[in-house]
Design a protein around this ligand. Structure first.
Ligand SMILES: Cc1cc2nc3c(=O)[nH]c(=O)nc-3n(C[C@H](O)[C@H](O)[C@H](O)COP(=O)(O)OP(=O)(O)OC[C@H]3O[C@@H](n4cnc5c(N)ncnc54)[C@H](O)[C@@H]3O)c2cc1C
Length: 399
């Protein structure tokens, strides 16, 4: 989505776009130039430390947390300018960010639900990319059905430093992305014994670097282990590191999911356009563009990407419409997964084999990783349930 296309942006927005573009041109040079295109879904293990340095460079120049209010260390930018930033970032092929869970999920949640002390303690190191976060929601028996969380937390009054009491956590999380790089994990845990479903849960901030937390990588189809199992065995965190009221964590957890399905995805079709253009180049180069089926599917992908762009524009216009997040997720996730399948068609039958040592090329990796796009962040089926029940008012599914 290039907001300059519709011609409805302000002079201020155009100047902002020029500022972002200029800054990225001037700064994605030297050691950082080598990071272009690195990281992202299925590639998050690539050059992690170097990308961390890049993120800190962004932070030092005020380019992290740009949508946060100024009072909390952000720039307080409008939604339109945030999207412009994400578009220019994607256009510059800048590396994928390492702390998006802290910046885009936990930060806004603390701003909305945290105490002033929690905000003072945790927001500055997120903004400066000094502390990395991961998300401890899913469990073996609680994915789409998140209210089935079984990890337990109890308040132990006899321990702890400042407040004299600590939470003690026991249980297991799974599919925890980037836990191995994280300093902290936000955990949804059952703090009221005997409680059921969404009642009696608490939203806790837990340090990962302690004896009671064990992180085990899970190898993915793409060969790397970006996500993990996280085991809590008597893990501890201070009593005041609960966000919202104890037992009322469901509201906080849902608030966070609203941010997860939010702004950052609006600019991503610029990156998708680059992937589609590269696939088109490959189809030209290897002759598969001569196949009418391939041509037809590439054309369809092009048209559907335009629909995603227009939907993003509509989302900007309707800003707070609740259905937009689900519609956007359904559109981009399905499109991207289909692009992965199309890439295999263009690559032809030799795409069926990996190189020595399970070496995958970018298209094989795209195909394999995009199987996950329609699962994480709320699966397609769950998005359709949300639209059916909460937007269209259809009868609720039997529960
Ligand atoms: C790459 C990746 C990264 C992830 N990172 C994290 C992370 O950092 N932190 C974290 O907490 N979690 C993470 N997850 C987990 C993710 O949130 C869950 O996988 C997702 O919520 C689905 O849960 P599940 O895997 O338990 O599948 P299930 O909930 O068991 O679903 C299985 C299938 O049944 C369907 N289904 C389930 N319920 C319904 C229903 N009511 N109606 C219709 N169909 C239904 C689903 O759509 C799916 O197709 C990640 C997942 C992936 C793939």
């Amino acid at each position: 989505m290039d907001l300059t296309d519709p011609g409805d942006v302000t002079a201020e927005d155009r100047a902002f776009r020029a500022e972002v573009r200029g800054w990225l041109e001037d700064n994605l040079v030297g050691e950082f130039a080598a990071l272009k295109g690195l990281g992202g879904s299925g590639k998050d293990l690539e050059a992690h430390d170097e990308r961390l340095a890049w993120d800190r460079h962004l932070a030092a120049h005020g380019w992290t947390c740009i949508g946060w209010p100024e009072a909390h260390g952000g720039r307080g930018l409008s939604l339109t300018q945030q999207v412009i930033f994400h578009e220019e970032y994607a256009r510059a092929n800048a590396p994928s960010r390492v702390n998006h869970l802290g910046e885009e999920l936990l930060g806004p949640t603390l701003i909305a639900f945290g105490t002033p002390e929690q905000q003072r303690r945790f927001l500055p190191p997120i903004r400066a990319v000094e502390e990395l976060w991961c998300q401890g929601y899913s469990e073996p028996g609680a994915g789409s059905d998140l209210a089935n969380v079984q990890t337990k937390a109890r308040l132990d009054p006899s321990t702890g430093s400042g407040t004299g009491a600590q939470w003690v956590i026991d249980g297991q999380k799974v599919w925890t992305s980037l836990a191995q790089f994280s300093d902290w994990i936000f955990v949804l845990a059952r703090s009221e014994p005997g409680s059921e479903r969404h009642r009696g849960l608490s939203f806790l901030l837990v340090p990962t670097k302690q004896d009671g937390v064990e992180i085990r990588g899970i190898e993915q189809l793409t060969g790397g282990a970006e996500f993990n199992e996280v085991f809590f065995t008597g893990a501890r965190t201070d009593a005041d590191l609960v966000v919202g009221e104890p037992g009322q964590g469901w509201a906080v957890a849902m608030g966070l999911l609203g941010f997860e399905r939010g702004v950052s995805t609006l600019g991503q079709q610029v990156g998708f356009r680059r992937e589609l253009d590269a696939l088109l180049d490959l189809a030209r180069a290897n002759g598969s563009l001569g196949d009418p089926v391939v041509r037809d599917r590439l054309a369809r992908a092009d048209v559907e990407l335009e629909v995603i762009r227009l939907n993003a524009l509509r989302t900007l216009a309707e800003e707070q419409a609740p259905q937009q997040a689900s519609i956007a997720k359904l559109l981009w996730a399905g499109w991207h997964r289909t692009l992965g399948e199309l890439a295999m068609l263009v690559r032809g039958s030799d795409a069926l084999t990996a190189g020595p040592g399970y070496a995958l090329d970018e298209w094989q990796r795209l195909f394999l990783f995009t199987r996950a796009d329609t699962i994480y962040g709320g699966s397609d089926e769950i998005q359709r349930n949300i639209l059916a029940e909460r937007v269209l008012g259809l009868p609720r599914e039997a529960r």
